[in-house]
Design a protein around this ligand. Structure first.
Ligand SMILES: *Cc1c(COP(=O)(O)O)cnc(C)c1O
Length: 394
């Protein structure tokens, strides 16, 4: 097949060659266990500390507040479950939103079965959390507010500083799932009043299977994986040294390239949105027009089903994603699109395109040209569309 145009960087990103190069020696020569006495092992302790410092610096945190995990899902699970456990004496209520990643939502559902009460705050039509509803949800028993920094489907960036302020005014801990935001927007944990934060290496050109949790000093946190004394006795298991070197290198790189990379992505994203909205009728842009991730575009095409669109794009070498996941033969529309108020039939026709650092204007032009034709072809086969056109012409 011809060139692949990869526009699914919210799902995962390519590991940068610089990152891979930095990792390789830790598989081949420097493979020692950091907890040993001999130098090829114990040297790796300093290597890990160095990576922790790089990540802490990126967030304006202290290095002993960074804990390496196996990724975003683990960090989210850990923070929610361990906070519910450690603060059980204070209360049993957690506030989150309707548009979180499933790593948060399903952890909350699990906690609800254990007697934790969870309030799922709604969002407006752009996917922005309703701050009044959030404030009204606070109870004396609220121990944690968890709101994602930016949404993985529609790209909307939340008013994190305001939410952090609200949490701290009420003496409530604040966690943010920053898996999509880290490396794309500047984050400072003090400025934004963040107590805990989740991130994942493979979402910012690092390797898969490594992530971190930022946990502010003083927050009571229980260990999630029991065993050895690694990660300040909070997360046992021989350190994933190559992964840690990978995520540290990727974080340093993401910080170094952020301005230039995201300026370029914003320009291309806006060009993509403009062309699609101007050239394909009956299309809606999902998510906030400005307060969105630099690389995210998400559309609904009326009378078009998301899965068919993805298959036809794949035949053109284009990788995108749809909010609708095909589960057990029935199509479930995305919980995020339903939360922003889209009716089921429209929520089915969504397409998420997430740009990467290598995306070019030629790529965007090719994608829009293909998309125009595919949407027109799919509509031509749609009885609903035929019906709609007939009514319009009457
Ligand atoms: C990808 C993602 C996760 C899960 O991260 P993994 O490292 O794949 O476990 C969690 N939250 C958000 C917002 C994500 O985009």
């Amino acid at each position: 097949m011809e060139k692949i145009i990869y526009l699914d960087n919210a799902a995962t990103t390519r590991t940068a060659p610089e990152v891979l190069d930095a990792m390789i020696p830790y598989f081949t020569e420097k493979y020692g266990n950091p907890s040993t006495v001999y130098s090829i092992g114990s040297q790796n302790k300093d290597v890990i500390t160095k990576q922790r410092e790089i990540i802490a610096e990126a967030l304006g945190a202290q290095s002993n507040e960074i804990y390496f995990t196996a990724g975003g899902s683990e960090s989210d699970n850990w923070v929610l479950k361990a906070t519910a456990d450690a603060y059980a004496g204070k209360g049993n209520h957690i506030i989150t939103t309707k548009i979180e990643h499933h790593a948060i939502l399903h952890s909350c559902e699990y906690l609800e079965k254990k007697g934790i009460e969870v309030t799922y705050v709604g969002v407006d039509e752009n996917g922005v959390v309703d701050l009044e509803e959030l404030k009204a949800a606070i109870r004396p028993t609220t121990i944690l507010i968890s709101v994602m920094f930016a949404n993985n489907e529609i790209g909307t960036i939340q008013p994190i500083r305001e939410i952090g302020e609200i949490a701290h005014e009420h003496g409530i801990l604040f966690h943010t799932d920053a898996v999509q935001a880290f490396g794309q927007v500047p984050i400072n944990v003090d400025e934004y009043h963040i107590d805990m934060l989740s991130a994942s290496g493979h979402k910012f050109n690092g390797p898969k299977g490594i992530g971190f949790a930022y946990i502010r000093k003083g927050v009571k946190i229980r260990s999630f994986i029991h065993g050895g004394a690694q990660e300040r006795k909070r997360r046992a298991g021989t350190e994933n040294v190559p992964g840690i070197v990978g995520i540290g290198t990727a974080a340093a790189r993401a910080m170094r390239t952020m301005k230039e990379r995201t300026d370029k992505e914003i320009e291309l994203r806006d060009y993509l949105i403009e062309r699609v909205m101007n050239e394909i009728p009956y299309t809606k842009l999902n998510g906030h027009r400005e307060k969105r991730l630099p690389n995210n575009a998400n559309f609904c095409f009326r009378f078009v089903e998301g899965e068919s669109l993805l298959i036809m794009l794949d035949m053109k070498g284009i990788c995108g994603s749809s909010g609708s996941a095909c589960t057990s033969g029935s199509l479930d529309p995305s919980h995020v699109l339903l939360a922003i108020g889209l009716p089921h039939e429209i929520a089915h026709g969504s397409l998420r395109l997430t740009l990467g650092e290598d995306t070019t204007k030629e790529d965007i032009d090719y994608v829009v040209d293909c998309l125009k034709k595919i949407v027109a072809d799919l509509r031509a086969m749609s009885p609903l569309y035929e019906d709609f056109v007939r009514k319009q012409n009457r």
